[in-house]
Write a protein that binds this ligand. Structure first.
Ligand SMILES: NC(=O)C1=CN([C@@H]2O[C@H](COP(=O)(O)OP(=O)(O)OC[C@H]3O[C@@H](n4cnc5c(N)ncnc54)[C@H](OP(=O)(O)O)[C@@H]3O)[C@@H](O)[C@H]2O)[C@@H](O)CC1
Ligand SMILES: Nc1ncnc2c1ncn2[C@@H]1O[C@H](COP(=O)(O)OP(=O)(O)O)[C@@H](O)[C@H]1O
Ligand SMILES: [K+]
Length: 511
């Protein structure tokens, strides 16, 4: 699903009005009716007090339509206008009249702190104060109003996006932003819904299709793409019956040191459970028995050194080399990695200490084979590219970095982002149960396993991140969030593939 900017959405809005020959008020009615339908489906006429807070722009207009439809369906509704300006939008005004005609009373005008209404735990608050038109931080009593709603412990549903949240920048410390429990967003999600700095404002999120012009939507270059099941499915290559293990490639996983051989077992298991035809590990001698015992399916080559890597002899014709997990950063390991980079010309997967070595030896970045996939978590990324001011600054810095070195970067997190050239892919599978040691090692193995099966490195990264998260969701369903360990994510990879192609998505109940 495309993630568009506020200005692209406004353009889509205008084109839709023109091409479908409808008024902007009709489009507002259509969009807000979708919100009403979602609320009505969930509440089923429940007798709770619904307090709708409307601004005076079109987000407020949406709020008025939603309130009118709720009143028409006999809900107990109280409407408040957060009257921050006299500059009311045209469609706000016509809906203001409509609601007055229906309820025979004007909504309550709020003009300052003295007017703040009671909001209790148990109330249902609809936040339609600001939408994508926000152009400066909230100030004065309006900011206080937002904090007042946040302090109320009422359930808050935000229309389009939480009021006070910008679509293209991160709020400053102390800025007032609604902390929504749920956000119903029009047509496309906004990028800020997925960034670590801002995702907590959004709560659970659902996108409502409001019938904007299809041609515009299909042609516009998005700010990013959200990868869900449909997108992942389109990337998947089913296996051919007439094939053999050689058809699915050979992965070499290089890494490990004394006490950290488990990371190699995890990554290699993951690459095999993702479908690699053959897997070889290259590890220090101390790991020989561990790997042969834990994973007899893999072949094992060892370094001359017992505890760490010092000389990586891989004359095998592998389809992909994955380097870094558990490798440590000893000088001799750095030297061995340097040599490995020199003799590898196919895209590699680099994780963990591989990334740390690159951060400490920047000159090695130029030896990375083109289209190699780097998989840092935020701390590893900071070591690679330096500090950033906020998430938007981080995105800019990452894009500069990947263009300079011609690589693909997988930034791991609650929503993992894949960066390739100008493109950004945002993952939507996975859950907090995956915040457990070794789940990143599993991801590297998954991506390497896909590359070995001839997926392009970019596709392997995007599909790999999706499947890894899905396997985490399936694991959470079986074991509970706390019960997951990273080996489960590797073990359930097959179920993630099965889910991809089954009629109904596995309902993981996870994010
Ligand atoms: N295609 C779609 O997606 C569709 C979108 N639709 C809906 O339209 C919404 C966008 O509506 P919108 O453009 O009228 O902007 P909105 O957010 O209501 O507020 C703008 C007002 O706020 C003001 N203002 C700004 N910042 C301020 C501040 N800090 N403090 C105080 N004032 C501030 C600014 O005035 P200014 O003072 O800058 O002149 C202006 O008056 C969108 O989110 C969705 O809900 C649907 O109905 C149909 C399809
Ligand atoms: N809250 C979360 N929601 C979704 N995925 C998560 C969450 N926390 C961690 N993950 C995933 O788990 C993996 C953790 O990787 P990493 O930090 O490298 O762990 P390790 O170094 O222990 O292997 C990443 O793929 C990340 O996206
Ligand atoms: K809102």
């Amino acid at each position: 699903m495309k993630i568009l900017t506020a200005s692209q959405l406004k353009e889509a809005d205008e084109i839709t009005i023109e091409k479908q020959n409808i008024s902007s008020e009709e489009l507002m009615e259509r969009a807000a009716t979708q919100v009403f339908n979602e609320i009505h489906t969930r509440l089923q006429g429940a007798d709770i007090l619904i307090k709708v807070f409307c601004g005076i722009g079109n987000n407020g207009g949406d709020g008025l339509v939603i309130a009118r439809l709720l009143i028409e369906h006999s809900y107990n509704v109280k409407v408040f206008i957060v009257n921050y300006s006299d500059n009311r939008s045209k469609d706000f005004l016509s809906n203001y009249d409509k609601i007055k005609n229906l309820s025979r009373d004007w909504p309550v005008l709020l003009k300052g702190e003295d007017d703040f209404p009671d909001i209790k735990r148990g109330d249902f608050v609809i936040d339609a104060i600001f939408g994508i038109g926000l152009n400066r931080p909230l100030e004065g009593w309006v900011a206080k109003m937002v904090n007042f709603i946040n302090d109320s412990s009422a359930f808050v549903l935000s229309v389009d996006l939480p009021s006070g949240l910008f679509t293209d920048k991160i709020p400053e410390e102390g800025d007032a932003v609604i902390m929504a429990n749920f956000t119903l967003s029009f047509q496309t999600p906004k990028l800020v819904f997925f960034l670590p700095d801002t995702m907590d404002f959004v709560g659970d999120m659902q996108v409502l299709e409001i019938g904007l012009d299809r041609e515009f939507l299909s042609e516009v270059t998005p700010a990013a793409q959200l990868i869900g099941r449909q997108e992942a499915r389109s990337l998947y290559n089913p296996r051919n019956k007439n094939s053999h293990k050689g058809s699915y490639g050979h992965v070499i996983i290089v890494g490990g040191s004394y006490g950290k051989i488990g990371s190699i077992v995890l990554a290699t298991t993951a690459s095999m459970r993702t479908g690699a035809g053959l897997a070889t590990v290259f590890i220090p001698k101390c790991g020989y028995e561990i790997v042969q015992t834990a994973l007899p399916e893999a072949m094992v080559l060892t370094d001359v050194n017992y505890e760490m890597l010092t000389d990586i002899k891989t004359d095998l014709d592998a389809d992909v080399v994955c380097f870094g997990m558990g490798a440590g950063r000893d000088k001799s390991t750095v030297g061995a990695f340097k040599e490995l980079l020199k003799k590898t010309n196919k895209p590699m997967v680099i994780d963990a200490d591989g990334l740390n070595i690159l951060s400490e030896n920047n000159e090695l970045l130029q030896d990375l084979p083109e289209n190699s996939v780097l998989t840092p978590h935020p701390k590893e990324l900071e070591r690679l590219i330096g500090e950033w001011k906020d998430d938007f600054d981080k995105i800019e810095k990452v894009q500069e970095f990947i263009k300079k070195h011609k690589i693909i970067l997988v930034l791991k997190g609650a929503h993992t982002f894949v960066f390739e050239q100008e493109n950004i892919y945002v993952n939507n599978t996975g859950n907090a149960g995956m915040a457990t040691a070794g789940s990143g090692d599993v991801l590297s193995g998954v991506i390497a396993g896909l590359i070995s099966q001839k997926y392009e490195p970019l596709i392997a990264a995007v599909l790999g991140v999706y499947l890894h998260g899905k396997s985490g969701d399936i694991s959470a369903e079986k074991l509970g969030y706390e019960g997951i360990i990273s080996g489960d994510i590797a073990k359930n990879m097959g179920l993630a593939f099965r889910d991809l192609m089954s009629e109904n998505e596995t309902d993981s109940g996870a994010g």
